[in-house]
Design a protein around this ligand. Structure first.
Ligand code: 5U1
Length: 674
């Protein structure tokens, strides 16, 4: 039975509505209806198509789920080659680019450029014929790539049918498919728990997902796309500026990066580069630089192409964050709770302007996963302020011998047995307090900035104190005498005096800091604050049973057990009592110190802070519920300006936003118990 006219119309209306809401949700990030309502529309369309299968078309939103596996990808020839970009690595290269552009155009006036983030994903081409997606292809060698139509059809951010009607009859769109960072983390966590393959980075994950012959697998991967240019265009005019072309693409339902800006002159391009570099860590996708394009298409045409790169565009790359080096040795560090961490000793290499000679290998499972051996060539990655890590092993050359890494069965510090508990991936030293490494690390934690903040008590000094058996626990620090200190290596009487004063000063603290300083497993600053707020005093925390502890926000059964066990071990009881005899005082926290005191506020960090890294500052703010953004806008609540703060500070001043210098910021953190 043919479908009645009203059903044909309803199906068409449903499709238009679903396409529009898909676009609002995936491309503009501003949905107009709740998910449940969207599901409702979608299910109705599915039901109607099931009832009248002749109404199913290949561009229906129901046809995204993936189809039967292919045996291989077929090759696709790009009608117009997919170009690459010339790279600039230094400011001087960018100046040269601008001079070349002006000289070829015989123009002295500044050039108007479109500035865009360079997404670290997989370049693809999408071909729309009469508004319908007919082909998706990888870049390949630029001349021909692989036909990945079935896979791109599963990506929600890619419209199967363009919106509106004023698009060219043939429209090839190019851009970058990627996986957002947060989705990538979740994807890898799931892979770990399901014991399947994890990916080294979001780009590899996106490439691997697009290379699936079974598009049903691709459909389950969190892929999305930003479009950045057009290729083949027939029958239909496009605007005469690149930035306006991108706007047209957006109006047809294609996803465009929201940070694209048009600027006049190369100096503004440089400012854009700095802004994006500052924002980089806070973006939800990986970028490896920015792209500048001459905005006027007629000027682009006059400038023309070299063999594979246009003369009208350049990619200004951020300093590399990955480098290849050699794994020379592996040392095993013992943490305060006995966890043994393998640390890679590397042939020194510069990554993003910083020399790296150590990187973490996490644990024995990670060593197995990487298949790394001593002498291997490895890729090290440095991201933001985190400890560099080994992410990949390069293939061994021919007969080159690489030695296997032996995980220790005895603690490298105290010789006690090393065990791996049933539900854990980490190996631990069983030496407890006999282990000097554990003692040193727990004292180091106690003295650290977020804990008791004892100025002048660094790792080397703690090491000497422990090795010479002048201290066994953190409580012993407060019994050290000037005489003992001056006998230490490189300890002048003045420094010894300063240390005694710093120890005295550290006794005036807050209860959350004190709890955090004790080094209870699983108890970070935020849990320490929750405990204080919920239970009020140290005595109540010490006395609480597991059931009471579990009522504290953020404290689950595992953490409750750890806290309970900690406070009931004789040794810990003795250390705490001894500390208390040294007369610690803490202020009661006022209401403004509640954990989410900064909920709903947005902070921007700019310039260099001398008392903490930007990562630490970000963590502290986030632990109080604040959002930390990379750019200043009217919505910014506070800008924290360190040394040499630049354009963000100026913008904050222009917008009348509250500005805190570093001292004021530290005061502010203190009032929030940090
Ligand atoms: N943002 C952006 N990335 N990207 C990559 N624009 C851009 N343009 C490119 C490439 C390869 O090529 C141009 C030549 C269109």
């Amino acid at each position: 039975m043919a479908a009645p006219e009203d059903v044909v119309k309803r199906v068409s209306d449903l499709r238009s509505a679903i396409e529009r809401h898909n676009y609002l949700y995936h491309s503009l990030d501003s949905p107009e209806i709740p998910d449940a309502e969207f599901d409702h529309l979608f299910n109705e369309l599915k039901e109607r198509e099931q009832q009248y299968p002749e109404l199913v078309t290949s561009d229906s939103p129901t046809q995204r789920v993936g189809s039967v596996p292919l045996s291989a990808f077929s090759q696709v020839r790009h009608e117009l080659p997919m170009l690459s970009l010339d790279n600039a690595f230094e400011q001087a290269d960018l100046g040269d680019f601008d001079r070349r552009v002006k000289s070829r155009l015989a123009q002295e006036d500044s050039v108007v450029y479109s500035c865009e983030p360079k997404i670290d994903g997989v370049a693809v081409s999408l071909l729309y014929q009469d508004g319908a997606l007919v082909r998706g292809a990888t870049r390949g060698d630029g001349t021909s790539g692989e036909d990945i139509t079935a896979n791109v059809r599963t990506i929600q951010a890619i419209p199967l049918r363009l919106l509106g009607s004023d698009y060219p009859r043939t429209l090839e769109v190019r851009g970058e498919i990627y996986i957002p960072k947060a989705d990538f983390m979740r994807m890898n966590q799931r892979a770990v728990s399901e014991e399947t393959k994890t990916f080294a980075n979001p780009r590899n994950a996106a490439a691997g997902s697009l290379r699936q012959l079974d598009s049903r697998l691709t459909a389950n991967r969190p892929l999305t796309m930003f479009c950045y240019t057009v290729g083949l265009v027939q029958e239909g005019p496009l605007p005469d500026r690149h930035s306006d072309i991108l706007r047209s693409l957006e109006s047809w339902g294609l996803r465009i990066n929201p940070l694209i800006e048009v600027v006049d002159g190369i100096d503004h391009c440089l400012a854009y580069y700095s802004r994006l570099q500052d924002m980089r860590d806070d973006l939800d996708y990986e970028i490896d630089g920015v792209v500048f394009k001459v905005d006027r298409i007629d000027l682009q045409e006059r400038l023309g192409l070299l063999t594979r790169t246009p003369r009208w565009a350049v990619a200004y790359k951020f300093p590399a964050e990955e480098a290849v080096t050699v794994l020379e040795d592996v040392e095993f560090q013992v943490g305060r709770s006995g966890v043994i961490t393998p640390v890679a000793r590397l042939k020194p290499v510069t990554v993003g302007g910083v020399t790296i000679s150590n990187a973490t290998l996490h644990n024995a499972d990670e060593i197995d996963r990487l298949g790394v051996r001593l002498g291997d060539r490895v890729v090290v990655k440095r991201a933001g302020d985190v400890i560099p890590k080994v992410t990949q092993v390069l293939p061994r050359e021919g007969s080159k011998r690489a030695r296997k890494i032996k995980f220790p069965i005895k603690c490298p510090s105290c010789g006690s047995e090393v065990i791996t508990l049933p539900d854990e991936v980490v190996a631990r030293c069983t030496g407890g307090l006999q282990c000097k490494a554990q003692r040193r690390e727990s004292i180091r934690h106690f003295a650290s900035r977020l804990a008791m903040d004892i100025e002048g008590l660094g790792v080397k000094l703690i090491d000497q104190l422990v090795q010479q058996e002048l201290i066994e626990t953190s409580a012993d620090l407060y019994h050290l005498t000037l005489d003992q200190l001056v006998q230490l290596e490189r300890m002048a009487p003045k420094s010894a005096n300063n240390l005694i004063e710093a120890l005295e000063k550290s006794k005036q603290t807050t209860l959350p800091r004190f709890i955090y300083a004790l080094g209870i497993a699983e108890v970070g600053e935020s849990t320490a604050r929750s405990l204080t707020q919920a239970l009020g005093s140290l005595d109540s925390i010490r006395m609480a049973d597991e059931e009471r502890l579990q009522q504290v926000p953020d404290v689950g059964p595992v953490v409750a057990r750890r806290i309970f066990e900690f406070f009931n071990q004789d040794h810990n009881k003795a250390v705490i009592d001894s500390l208390l005899q040294s007369k610690f005082t803490w202020e009661e926290l006022d209401d403004s110190a509640i954990t989410n005191a900064l909920d709903g506020s947005t902070f921007v960090l700019t310039g260099t802070l001398s008392t903490m890294s930007r990562g630490e500052a970000r963590e502290k703010l986030q632990s109080l519920g604040a959002r930390v953004s990379g750019s200043v806008s009217k919505k910014t609540s506070v800008v924290v300006a360190g040394e040499s703060a630049g354009s963000k500070l100026t913008k904050a001043q222009e917008l009348g936003i509250e500005i805190m210098d570093e001292d004021r910021f530290n005061e502010f953190l203190k009032t929030h118990g940090l």
